[in-house]
Design a binder for this molecule. Structure first.
Ligand SMILES: C[S@@+](CC[C@H](N)C(=O)[O-])C[C@H]1O[C@@H](n2cnc3c(N)ncnc32)[C@H](O)[C@@H]1O
Length: 298
């Protein structure tokens, strides 16, 4: 396991859109290795920070990283969707950041099972207290349910064929590892590596991850609740890494900025999503799909 080479995505854009020079509380709902949080604390001695993550291993790491700022930091092992229930002084919040998805630390740990390029158990839980693992889904979901999952969350063209093949083969040999699953995907999808083409296993692994970690559930509702709780002038900044997530953020911010049923509640700070430039994607190819959207509470 290594966190070497951790590079926070869209760092300058995050700091700018959060407007971190103001005194008060900043919330990092997905603190990971603390790349963004560290910069907020370094840049502004009048900033305090609440950090959340579901992954206890990430929290162990970030605790070490943020030791020099310990008197200004509170960390919770919690889902950001539980934020409204935590004991936090919401009127003093100046900014909320969600940098969704996985950290490089999780992706680069084969034993977590997130990467199809490294062999490991079929796990993929961000929160190891979660009961459902990728193994359980692949081993127990019915063929139609698997097909629907690959289609809906992975947008995989060969979803039905893959589900059929998995169900047929698992009767003989259970799929225990990431590589065993990758191999059947490559066979069913007739995968030949080509520049610019997404590996079909990336789509299937994405679908499994979303299902296991319930990544899309309640995201829009969470943003709406936070907008109600935060004071005027507070900034919300969200980075998403796939279109399903980005669509939810975009629609929620749009709805809140129009104020369909009431007066508008936010001002959009980004009409179009902010994306990494060429320099950033060259230095950190994983940043490529990132899309940042931001809004300010009115
Ligand atoms: C992309 S990383 C964040 C990286 C971080 N900004 C940094 O610079 O180090 C996303 C993190 O969010 C966590 N996470 C994902 N979904 C979460 C949720 N619903 N609640 C809390 N943490 C979550 C993951 O465990 C992961 O550590």
């Amino acid at each position: 396991m290594s966190d070497r080479g951790h590079i926070p995505v869209l760092l300058l854009e995050v700091l700018e859109h959060l407007d971190i020079a103001r005194e008060g509380l900043y919330i990092d709902g997905t603190i990971g290795l603390g790349g963004h949080s560290l910069e907020i604390l370094k840049a502004n001695p009048r900033a305090s920070l609440v950090g959340l993550d579901v992954d206890e291993l990430a929290l162990d790491k970030v605790k070490e990283t943020l030791v020099p700022f310990a008197d200004r930091v509170r960390l919770f092992q919690a889902d950001f969707r539980c934020l409204p229930d935590l004991d936090i002084d919401f009127p003093s919040v100046r900014g909320l950041l969600l940098d969704l998805g996985l950290s490089s630390f999780q992706l680069d740990s084969p034993e977590r099972g997130f990467s199809f390029n490294q062999n490991g158990p079929l796990d993929m839980r961000m929160d190891r207290r979660t009961k459902t693992t990728a193994f359980k889904i692949i081993d127990t979901y019915s063929e139609p349910r698997l097909a629907q999952l690959f289609q809906k969350y992975g947008e995989l063209r060969q979803a039905k064929r893959l589900a059929h093949e998995i169900v047929a083969r698992r009767k003989v040999n259970k799929f225990e590892t990431t590589v065993a699953l990758r191999l059947v995907i490559e066979q069913v999808c007739h995968w030949i590596p080509q520049k610019g083409k997404i590996h079909p296993a990336a789509k299937v692994f994405q679908a499994l991850r979303i299902e296991i970690n319930q990544e899309l559930q309640g995201l829009g509702e969470f943003l709406e609740t936070m907008v109600e709780r935060l004071p005027s002038g507070a900034r919300l900044v969200v980075i998403s890494f796939h279109s399903l997530e980005d669509r939810i953020v975009k629609r929620t911010f749009a709805r809140l900025s129009k104020g369909d049923a009431s007066a508008p509640l936010v001002r959009l700070l980004t009409r179009k999503p902010v994306t990494p430039g060429e320099n950033e994607t060259a230095a950190n190819p994983r940043s490529k799909p990132a899309k940042l959207r931001a809004a300010e509470k009115l």
